[in-house]
Design a binder for this molecule. Structure first.
Ligand SMILES: Nc1ncnc2c1ncn2[C@@H]1O[C@H](COP(=O)(O)OP(=O)(O)OP(=O)(O)O)[C@@H](O)[C@H]1O
Length: 381
């Protein structure tokens, strides 16, 4: 097999797009729902739109329960979507099993958080890697070509010499080595997109950076479009070209990673970065301060069965205005770099009518520092 060093599409081209992606899970087991015309649902993901581009990493950051994994599973076509679209090279796709699903996963591969659970303990590395090579037609003709393809895959994820790993069982490998095997298995399909759901969060802090560097290297060499899902906004700065922040199922801020992490605009992103204050603390931060820590200082995320009206962050927001409790903020442009925030603070008319903080419920001492951005500078997109 020869894995494509560069695909057909040019670097930066949009490969996979989420367009207004929405997922509501039914709430099971509630007696009153049997008689209700509008049964309760968990609003796990609402109206999420972004594009994954060839040769670029996009980070999806947010605290536990914000909907990140659901987005990954929707993009992997493991969940049917409630609304919205998934476009692969501009073409709407909806696949449920069968040949079309296989064709889709050949292009879009999901890497899970837990390398211990994702590899079957009774099978060797050779078995785990041969399967995707065969299924996706990359095993070559005959034993020699298969052997070369296996060796290529292990070399690509820096498990060398390959002979040392090919016949090993998962329990003979470290966590980092297992995650590399899981990555090699994904590469066996020769995909265009990797959906990496917290790929290092279960690993020892000391080896996280190595696995992120490997993904970075694969992005460059194979021109992959990568979705990097993480709790850890500091690692997004280090690893991702673009960062999108999610809160309670919705996207609240996006832009290039340096800007979003160093000059966050949305009060929620400020809360997250406030929990990871040292910008130079990159290595420690790869798994260090994370979104869940932000909670300790700023209240609890809302119920997703009855999410708050308006901005879902408004009950926790120290800058909340009256409008935040009633009107859903659109994406407002912060600057011409593409930085945006879904926050009324960036709508001049709203700020002029009602000073920031006038409707804040939570104004305790743990609130994030006063905003230094340019409230009111944005315009609706
Ligand atoms: N299959 C399901 N059925 C019902 N609710 C679900 C299901 N999967 C996820 N949820 C709910 O959807 C919401 C979003 O979950 P999701 O796992 O996507 O969040 P997350 O940001 O990835 O969190 P974590 O980082 O903890 O994995 C949560 O409230 C979760 O309980």
């Amino acid at each position: 097999m020869t894995l494509s060093e560069s695909g057909a599409a040019p670097a930066g081209e949009v490969v996979l797009e989420a367009v207004g992606l929405t997922k509501h899970f039914p709430v099971r087991g509630r007696l009153r729902d049997l008689f209700s015309r509008t049964p309760a649902v968990v609003h796990a993901v609402d109206d999420v739109s972004f594009a994954l581009r060839r040769g670029r990493v996009t980070a999806l950051v947010g605290e536990s329960g914000s909907g990140k994994s659901t987005v990954a599973r929707l993009l992997a076509q493991l969940h049917p979507r409630t609304a919205g679209d998934i476009r692969l090279h501009g073409t709407s796709t909806r696949v449920r099993g069968g040949r079309r699903f296989r064709a889709y996963v050949r292009r879009v591969q999901l890497i899970l958080q837990d390398p211990f659970a994702s590899l079957n303990p009774v099978h060797t590395v050779r078995h785990h890697l041969t399967r995707p090579l065969r299924i996706h037609g990359n095993a070559g003709r005959g034993g020699e070509e298969l052997e070369r393809a296996l060796t290529d895959l292990l070399t690509r994820v820096n498990l060398t010499p390959p002979e040392r790993y090919l016949d090993a069982f998962p329990h003979e490998l470290s966590g980092g080595q297992r995650q590399r095997v899981a990555i090699a298995r994904a590469l066996g399909a020769d995909p265009e997109v990797l959906l990496a759901d917290e790929p290092v969060s279960m690993l020892d802090v000391s080896i996280r950076l190595g696995v992120l560097n490997l993904l970075q290297d694969l992005k460059q060499r194979l021109d992959l479009a990568i979705l990097y899902i993480t709790h850890d906004i500091a690692s997004a700065r280090y690893f991702a070209d673009e960062t999108i922040v999610m809160y309670a199922g919705r996207m609240v801020e996006g832009g290039d990673s340096e800007t979003v992490t160093q000059a966050p605009a949305h009060p929620y992103t400020r809360l997250l970065t406030g929990s990871a204050p040292d910008p130079e603390r990159i290595v420690g931060a790869v798994g260090g301060a994370d979104a869940s820590r932000a909670d300790r200082g700023g209240g609890e995320p809302p119920s997703l069965i009855k999410p708050p009206a308006g901005c879902r962050f408004h009950p926790r927001c120290p800058q909340a205005m009256r409008r935040c409790a009633t009107d859903l903020p659109p994406r407002l442009t912060i600057d011409e770099s593409g930085h945006w925030a879904a926050c009324w603070l960036f709508d001049a008319a709203t700020v002029a009518a009602d000073p920031p903080g006038s409707a804040a419920a939570d104004t305790d001492s743990t609130a994030p520092p006063a905003l230094t951005g340019r409230p009111g500078a944005g315009e609706a997109r």
